[in-house]
Write a protein that binds this ligand. Structure first.
Ligand SMILES: Cc1ncc(C[n+]2csc(CCOP(=O)(O)OP(=O)(O)O)c2C)c(N)n1
Ligand code: SF4
Ligand SMILES: [Mg+2]
Length: 317
């Protein structure tokens, strides 16, 4: 027995270099999709080849919001809904960093919804990974802005009456440079997307459709985490050409996955730089014009050099 324990202690976790092992065990329920999401993230970062010393991860509040605290990176656990403004400041202050926001559907699209659309509109150079489990998991299963019409939650005991947001549609319509959706079933493709986003300029958004067996599935007869994965497998299709604004999620339709947007447009910082440069050039030109006009008026003055001209000048001034 003692021998076995010693052997187990000797074994290391394959993701140990990026996990804070002193924080284990984690708080997540068995069957939760968050473990798969974190694995894909760690693998994606490795694949991207980014420097871990120059990668920062920012989370808000919720079960997903715990991700930052478990990763051996510069990690920030911010207040509810404020991960994106925090990440924006971090990136603008230190533009060498790869800044990733990892948070939940409630955190990013309810209380933090405005920050998300404006960061996408400005094309701030950050990556946002949103775990969409269709509910507020941590606080006991209240309606989220992603809860499908008719689904049960603790605040919708007769079924949800509200239309949910289509996250990929909203991110794309707001101006994101990269938009993808995968489920936790798509481990390899999700990993690749995370690696692509890590090396891409501009606002990148990845939705991860993920099981919450403890709250969402329990209220909606979805079974265990494994049952939900099987359901994702049945319902998911991959269509990279799909228009992201036309593929909302509901309780039983196809879950259209893919890489829907991969564009290049100027980032917020590039626009700031271009704006300042144009202003300075205009100012420099203006300075030049001013000094030229001063030279011209000096020349004019020099015409009045005779004593008669000078006396006329004196009388006229
Ligand atoms: C200002 C503020 N309002 C409300 C809360 C309570 N709260 C904590 S987590 C959460 C929802 C999280 O939902 P989501 O982002 O979907 O995360 P999940 O737990 O589902 O991963 C809420 C409302 C809070 N912590 N702070
Ligand atoms: S409540 Fe849901 S989202 Fe939170 S850890 Fe449990 S299964 Fe995961
Ligand atoms: Mg959630």
């Amino acid at each position: 027995m003692a021998n076995n324990t010693a052997q187990l202690q000797e074994k290391s976790h394959p993701m140990e270099d990026l996990l804070r092992m002193d924080r284990m065990p984690h708080i997540w329920c068995s069957g939760c999709g968050l473990g798969s999401a974190v694995t894909a993230f760690v693998e994606g970062l490795k694949k991207a080849g980014v420097s871990y010393d120059k990668t920062a991860i920012v989370s808000g509040i919720g079960c997903t919001g715990r991700v930052a605290g478990y990763l051996r990176l510069d990690s920030y656990h911010t207040t509810h809904g404020r991960a994106i403004p925090f990440a924006t400041g971090l990136k603008l202050a230190n533009r060498d960093l790869t800044v990733v926001v990892f948070s939940g559907d409630g955190d990013l699209f309810a209380i933090g919804g405005n920050h998300l659309i404006h960061a996408a509109r400005r094309n701030v150079d950050i990556n946002v990974i949103c775990v969409n489990n269709f509910i507020y998991g941590m606080t006991g299963g209240q309606n989220a802005p992603t809860t499908p019409l008719g689904a049960y939650s603790s605040t919708a005991p007769f079924g949800n009456y509200e239309m949910p947001f289509n996250l990929v549609g909203l991110a794309a319509a707001s101006g994101a440079s990269y938009v993808a959706r995968w489920t936790t079933m798509h481990a390899r493709r999700l990993t690749d997307s995370i690696a692509t986003a890590a090396n891409k300029k501009g606002f990148c958004f990845i939705e991860i459709v993920s099981p919450c067996p403890t709250v969402f599935a329990r209220k909606n007869k979805g079974g265990t985490g494994l049952d939900m994965l099987k359901e994702f497998q049945t319902r998911a299709i991959i269509d990279h050409d799909a228009d992201p604004t036309t593929i909302p999620l509901n309780m039983d339709n196809e879950i259209v996955c893919g890489e829907f947007v991969n564009d290049d447009r100027p980032t917020f910082w590039e626009n700031v730089q271009a704006g300042i440069k144009a202003r300075l050039e205009k100012f420099a030109n203006w300075e030049e014009m001013q000094s030229n006009s001063r030279k011209i008026s000096h020349k004019k003055d020099r015409k009045y050099t005779s004593s008669r001209d000078s006396s006329i000048m004196r009388r006229n001034t």
